[in-house]
Design a protein around this ligand. Structure first.
Ligand code: FAD
Ligand code: SF4
Length: 350
């Protein structure tokens, strides 16, 4: 392998896997560096259930992406590894890895993704205090088991509340952005709950419903076929009633009245934060972050997968909240740009 025929891909979530497969399909070598000991990114690491919009289990859909790169002779994979130092410049980078190995690469793709919002930062909504207050990732894992039960005592819940926008659209805690996919994911989860546990009623507490584009059909289907109940509300707090159930207290913002409804499980629809490692990633790779802490793009329209450093590209949720489908498309685009750079370098050499 030489710098001129190799692209380094950092992160093996949907975006990085897509970039690596694209690079390899063009006859170029891709070297994947992933910090975890498994590939697949958030959908695999966090054990998502059925994905929107396909309805396919995450382990099957993303599993296919993982197998594709694992089988490809043009892809080398380093798991449980990070890049600790980067030297050189576009066309001739040398990356030192945490396992001591060095990788020479002509260009680089960052698919380093996001970090789930930590609900502990919203203590008034009960997470970390009550066992039956969960996050959407925990609910995804519960759906994956095929059983819906209260963690505290194993009973089948009569009512589940899903609170939207937890850690998104919240200036008080410095998260001004909308996480884009959590409305649709939550609505999909509400329908999955009803399929598994028909006696459970699901209530979605919302500020706005943002099932953008074609995802609007999830919103209608959930009401018409699955009888999901929607409450436009501002939540004040989640407490426990004397009988051990949870009380969701707030204001119904349509009728402007206080409401308190007993629930058996409360779910936080957590948002997508910038990767907690972004400051370290920015320093190692010599790139800039945008004002919220996501990786900045070179230029919105003419170089949308470029970072602020020549020869280093970015894709997926590393640049802001993103869907899997769009992360995959961006991975293809970043991979193509990275390979294009190698050809340009080769032309200059010959
Ligand atoms: C609860 C929940 C459910 C969701 N469900 C859906 C859904 O059904 N459909 C949908 O379209 N979207 C869904 N999403 C969004 C989805 O998770 C993202 O679109 C997707 O994970 C983005 O892929 P990515 O590859 O950009 O990032 P990630 O999935 O975050 O992958 C990034 C990878 O990079 C690795 N990494 C990070 N930093 C480093 C580093 N310094 N060095 C090496 N490796 C590193 C990570 O370990 C990880 O493997 C959901 C989001 C949430 C919060
Ligand atoms: S997608 Fe929906 S739940 Fe997620 S932050 Fe935006 S409005 Fe809130």
């Amino acid at each position: 392998m030489s710098a001129q025929d190799t692209v380094l891909v950092v992160g093996a979530g949907p975006s990085g896997l897509s970039a690596a497969a694209t690079i390899a399909s063009m006859g170029t070598k891709a070297v994947i560096v992933e910090k975890e000991d498994i590939l697949g990114g958030a959908p695999i690491i966090s054990g998502y259930a059925k994905l929107v919009p396909s309805g396919e289990w995450a382990k099957d859909a993303i599993g296919r992406m993982v197998s594709r790169v694992e089988r490809d002779g043009n892809v080398a994979i380093h798991k449980s590894t990070k890049v600790t130092m980067l030297e050189g410049e576009a066309g001739n980078f040398t990356a030192t890895l945490s396992n001591g190995e060095k990788v020479e690469a002509g260009s680089i793709v960052l698919g380093t993704g996001f970090t789930h919002f930590d609900s502990i930062n919203k203590p008034e909504w009960g997470f970390g205090t009550y066992e039956d207050v969960l996050t959407t990732t925990q609910l995804e894992q519960m759906v994956g088991t095929g059983q819906i039960r209260c963690p505290s005592d194993g009973r089948v819940p009569e009512r589940i509340a899903i609170l939207l926008c937890v850690g998104s659209r919240d200036r008080q805690i410095g998260r001004e952005w909308c996480s884009k996919i959590c409305c649709t994911v939550s609505i999909n989860l509400a329908m999955e709950i009803k399929e598994i546990s028909p006696s459970t009623d699901v209530f979605i507490y919302y500020m706005d419903i943002r099932t953008f584009g074609l995802y609007e059909e999830f919103y209608w289907k959930s009401q018409e076929e699955f009888k999901t109940k929607y409450i436009k509300a501002r939540i004040a707090e989640v407490t426990r009633s004397p009988d051990g159930r949870l009380l969701v207290k707030g204001e119904d913002t349509l009728v402007k009245r206080p409401i308190v409804i007993p629930m058996d499980i409360v779910v936080h629809a957590i948002g997508m934060d910038p990767n907690v490692l972004n400051a370290e990633i920015a320093k190692t790779f010599g790139i800039d972050l945008e004002k919220h802490g996501f990786i900045d793009r070179a230029e919105q329209y003419t170089n949308s997968q470029g970072t602020t450093r020549k020869g280093i590209y970015v894709c997926g949720a590393a640049t802001g909240p993103e869907t899997i489908d769009d992360s995959i498309t961006q991975g293809q685009s970043a991979g193509s740009r990275a390979v294009g750079d190698l050809y340009r370098q080769q032309e200059m050499v010959s």
